[in-house]
Design a protein around this ligand. Structure first.
Ligand code: NZQ
Length: 388
């Protein structure tokens, strides 16, 4: 096992009816900025529950945070928070609202110029305004980590930071808040959670059986529970299990002391910025291609994945790996995602364009930190393969 430091200060408040606990979770003397997205919380009752819990408390609102939150939108929220002397941020939404709020929290304490710099120079983040979360879309794990991903139209960039200063103080996870999720967003979140675990699991063995079994447990639970939600969107138990899977997929625990990949995320971010592909959908496109391209270097873990997650017992190792990759694609498809770039009208030229953009940033991805321009182009060009 590799050396590691593990720190996670986020209090999780989980279950039915827990939004009411905002009353005691938000500090009594706080001036609150409540942030949210395009309005789903108004139609599913979450907005009303938040207001009921915080009745009589000084609160201003900032709505309209878009999916893949934009830097320009975050700056507007920073301006409002400053002019209203806000000292606590409450994010009510999915990964985009939470990430934008984390960025705002850090930007409010930054006086060194354009806060865009925080995304490429993380040590510039030395503190942040405290924040809390009411989660409405499980997948990113942002409710229990210090990471945030922000996009910028002007430069067509999607960059992230990760810092201990932007861990939420608390996150409320009420599975009933997810009943209203459209199929597409349920698929995005579920695939994100699944692929995030693979990013930390599907690398090479370092004698870390506990982390491996944590990861396999999450993957198997997602495979068992997701179809139950597809069949019955109001299945509370399945929703609850999936939410807890997603939170544990990126709260740092399963990644302790193991190599991590993240190539699918970095390539996926480019697909989002250039072609408007949803984040979860981008991962469904890239991860299976990466598995095929890196098949030899990931062989031991691919085989373990085939045997332990998919229960594939055939003696022929290559056949097992082929089947595990095909099963992964079939699972993504069963949720409604595409697994081929062409199905989303992404042109073949995307491969060289994305490879060049990452190379310009001197970005080497993968667990060996050595996948560069050539490999990224090869990975995205493998798309011509047959459909699972
Ligand atoms: O904006 P509203 O109206 O709220 O609608 C949202 C949005 O349109 C809707 N939605 C959310 N909860 C809902 C709901 N609709 C009905 N009922 C509900 N309960 O879903 C749409 C997508 O929301 P968004 O927050 O964008 O989705 P997600 O949670 O998948 O977040 C994606 C963002 O998170 C980043 C991604 O890159 C992307 O920008 N990530 C953040 C990570 C992190 N901080 O650790 C890691 C992730 O891998 C990811 O990169």
């Amino acid at each position: 096992m590799l050396n590691f430091t593990y720190y996670n200060p986020t209090r999780i408040v989980f279950g039915k009816g827990t939004i009411a606990e905002l009353k005691t979770l938000v500090p009594g003397n706080a001036k609150i900025l409540m942030t949210y997205g395009g309005g789903s919380i108004k139609s599913n009752g979450v907005y009303a529950q938040v207001h009921e819990a915080l009745e009589g408390r000084p609160l201003v609102e900032f709505g309209g945070i878009e999916a893949n939150p934009q830097y320009e939108t975050c700056l507007k929220a920073v301006a409002i928070a400053r002019s209203e002397n806000v000292d606590f941020l409450l994010a009510v939404g999915g990964g985009s609202v939470i990430d934008a709020t984390k960025f705002v929290a850090a930007a409010l304490k930054y006086s060194g110029g354009e806060p865009w710099a925080l995304l490429s120079n993380w040590p510039l983040i030395r503190s942040a305004v405290p924040l809390g979360v009411v989660l409405t879309l499980p997948g990113t794990g942002s409710e229990m980590n210090g990471g945030a991903v922000i996009s910028r139209h002007a430069t067509q960039e999607k960059l992230f930071f990760s810092t201990e200063h932007t861990f939420p103080q608390f996150s409320i996870i009420d599975p009933e808040a997810t009943y209203s999720l459209p199929k597409r967003q349920f698929a995005n979140g579920t695939i994100d959670a699944f692929v995030q675990v693979l990013e930390q699991y599907l690398t090479y063995p370092v004698d870390s059986p506990l982390q491996d079994r944590f990861s396999e447990g999450i993957l198997k639970t997602i495979l068992e529970e997701a179809p139950k939600v597809v069949a019955d969107p109001k299945n509370y138990t399945a929703r609850a299990n999936l939410m807890w899977c997603a939170t544990n997929g990126l709260n740092g625990l399963i990644g302790c002391g193991v190599p991590q990949d993240w190539a699918s995320h970095m390539i996926g971010h480019e697909l989002t910025v250039l072609y408007g592909v949803d984040h979860g959908q981008s991962l469904a496109l890239v991860m299976p291609l990466l598995m095929r391209h890196q098949r030899q270097r990931k062989r031991a873990k691919l085989l373990q994945y085939a045997r332990r997650v998919w229960g594939l017992g055939a003696a022929d190792e290559d056949a097992c790996i082929d089947r595990a990759i095909a099963n992964t694609e079939a699972f993504f498809r069963s949720l409604g995602a595409s697994v081929r770039l062409a199905e989303l009208d992404i042109p073949p030229t995307a491969a060289s364009l994305i490879a060049e953009r990452l190379a310009k940033r001197r970005m080497l991805v993968g667990e060996h930190h050595d996948l560069g321009r050539k490999e990224v182009e090869e990975i995205l060009s493998m798309n011509a393969g047959s459909v699972a």
